[in-house]
Ligand binder design. Structure first.
Ligand code: PEP
Length: 252
């Protein structure tokens, strides 16, 4: 089994100076973590945050990654550029990228393959809308997104992928999935991976829950058997709250 991962998605928040202040406050609070701690600041903050987290137990992630090495892709960032800043994880296919910037399952797959080819761990986000949940198609939809994300990824790489199940209706809304709802979908994702890649690999893939996880509700979610950590938005901007989630994720 993979060590739990608690990852913070800072989204489009914090200037470089503000990012330095946030991470400086966080470092001592999470230094004894037994889980993997990841922060994913905006691209312009990667350099200063990298300098501060180097030599600590905090890993650096980013919020997207392009598939090409270089070229005419205005506004995009290549894996090689991210590696230069010490990036180890890349959030891919966040629902905000899919909804506001037209990211497709095909693009998510290409970005994930590029990350893997460069030794960067993809954190692939999947999740249903409220309408889909109410229509009873959550598992079908999330399975479809997961299958598309893993298309053409061999077992040797699949095991390195992190999936974040993030119901869209729970992101930034303060409305969290219940422990049971989150576990049910994470279990379905693991079952799908078992069918595609076998039991050993499916057990090793880290499946996170994301969607209004906070210091108060994290214990129940992180205790679920198929939830191996969290992707945290709002609460990752508050070091004390994020540290509580990290402590909860560190429980054996
Ligand atoms: C996210 O953006 O990945 C997320 C889970 O946000 P929040 O925790 O704010 O719902």
């Amino acid at each position: 089994m993979h060590k739990p991962i608690i990852a913070g998605n800072w989204k489009m928040n914090k200037t470089p100076e503000e990012a330095k202040a946030l991470v400086s406050e966080l470092i001592p609070l999470v230094k004894d973590a037994k889980c993997d701690v990841v922060v994913c600041p905006p691209f312009v903050d990667l350099c200063p945050v990298h300098k501060l987290v180097e030599g600590t137990n905090i890993h650096l992630g980013c919020q997207n990654i392009h598939w090409a090495e270089s070229g005419a892709y205005t506004g995009e960032i290549s894996p090689k550029m991210l590696l230069a800043f010490g990036v180890e994880y890349a959030i891919i296919g966040h629902s905000e990228r899919r909804a506001y910037f037209g990211e497709t399952d095909e693009g998510v797959n290409k970005r994930a393959k590029a990350a893997l080819a460069n030794g960067i761990t993809p954190i692939i986000c999947v999740g249903e809308t409220l309408e889909q949940r109410e229509a009873g198609v959550t598992e079908t939809f999330v399975s479809g997104q997961t299958v598309a994300a893993f298309a053409g990824i061999p077992a040797v790489d699949a095991v390195k992928v992190v999936i974040a199940y993030e119901p869209i209706w729970a992101i930034g809304t303060g409305r969290t999935a219940t422990d049971e709802q989150a576990q049910e979908v994470c279990f379905a994702i693991r079952e799908l991976l078992r069918r595609e890649y076998g039991a050993l690999i499916s057990r090793k893939v880290c499946i996170l829950y994301g969607g209004s996880m906070n210091a108060k509700n994290c214990a129940g979610l992180l205790a679920q058997p198929d939830i191996d950590g969290g992707l945290i938005g709002g609460a990752s901007l508050k070091p004390a709250d994020f540290a509580v989630i990290v402590r909860e994720g560190s429980r054996e």
